[in-house]
Design a protein around this ligand. Sequence first.
Ligand SMILES: [Zn+2]
Length: 404
Amino acid sequence: MFHLVCMTCGRTCGDLTVANCPHDGGVLDVRYDSAEIPLQRHLPGIWRYAARLPLTDERHIVSLGEGDTPLLSSSQLGPGISLSRLYFKNEGLNPTGSYKDRIAAVGITYLRQLGRRAWAATSSGNAGASLAAYGARAAVDGYLFTLERAPRAKIAQIMSYGPQVMSVKRLGYDPAAEKATWDNIAALCDANNWLMLITARSNSPQSMEGAKTISYEVCQQLHNEAPDVVYVPVGGGGLLSTIWKGFKEWHAAGYIDGLPRMVAVQPQGCDPITQAWREGRPVQPLDDCASAVSGIILTSPPDGDLVLQDLRESDGWAVSIPDEVTYQAQSELASREGLFVEPAAAVVWAAIKEDRRAGRLGGDEKVVSILTGIGFKDSAAVQRMTDDKPLPMIEASEILHIAP
Ligand SMILES: [Zn+2]
């Protein structure tokens, strides 16, 4: 069984359905009666950890085969910077192409458990696609409010699953529009008995539990040895915070001896968390966003202060990467590892290179990088990656003469 504890005032919350602490609005942490993590091997993917998910009855489970993504040892990029133990957790292989499927699977399952009929959410793309897919699978209605500048390819994927999709003016770069959107979605859900599913710990603590299965899997894939350092792309901050929670839980269950240091990676043009980390202050919203790395460009990150706390607790750090360097990293992951990821995922490889150069990351460290989404997600970035590559037109007879 699970319960909710406020991370601000420490009170236990009796109502398991609320999104925030009723006393002070604090972030609620989902806790479990026992530190043990018994594996339910008869259930697929993330559901074998169901004892550590907010699930009351396995008959509610909505699954599309999420989780069990590969942890790949780097073949060329790591050795190229004298980093012999670099691993890529390829989350792009989830059913809709991103790690958000873990969260949506738990979120839509939780919605069914509560007997709600519809979900509503904001998303720059990936979370929307996940919620729409799992919502379709569960035959519930969906309402998705997306960013003004969300990539059209991501929106097309969401629409194909059939929810109602609306683009909200100024959402994505105007903190006032962000706040109004979130407040109004919450009110809409309250009025209609729908469930608001925002992929942030400060809004959907129950659903976010799905993301910590990444850490459980990584530990199991490393034969129950913790990584030394974990690199995570950070927009809203919920992923890093939940992954850190997952490692702590796996550690508390006695499966691993140590804990990794966590590294938050943000795009330089929109990095409120890195700025706060460097200046030793709480996260403050930015006025504008100068990055185009969709998926991790939030001017007002909902879980930003949780990330700062996690970086302190894990003895980690924060890095920011210019967009051009990210696109270069995306191209290298594809051409030298065979990993076709979206720019929001490629930031981690750019950060690892930068940290090796700056001496923050030793060559003996066992490093895990979370590749959050697949390359097909951002067609503009795919285009950019290949724009300067020639495509010669030849006669069939010339084929015999191309060998070096
Ligand atoms: Zn509280």
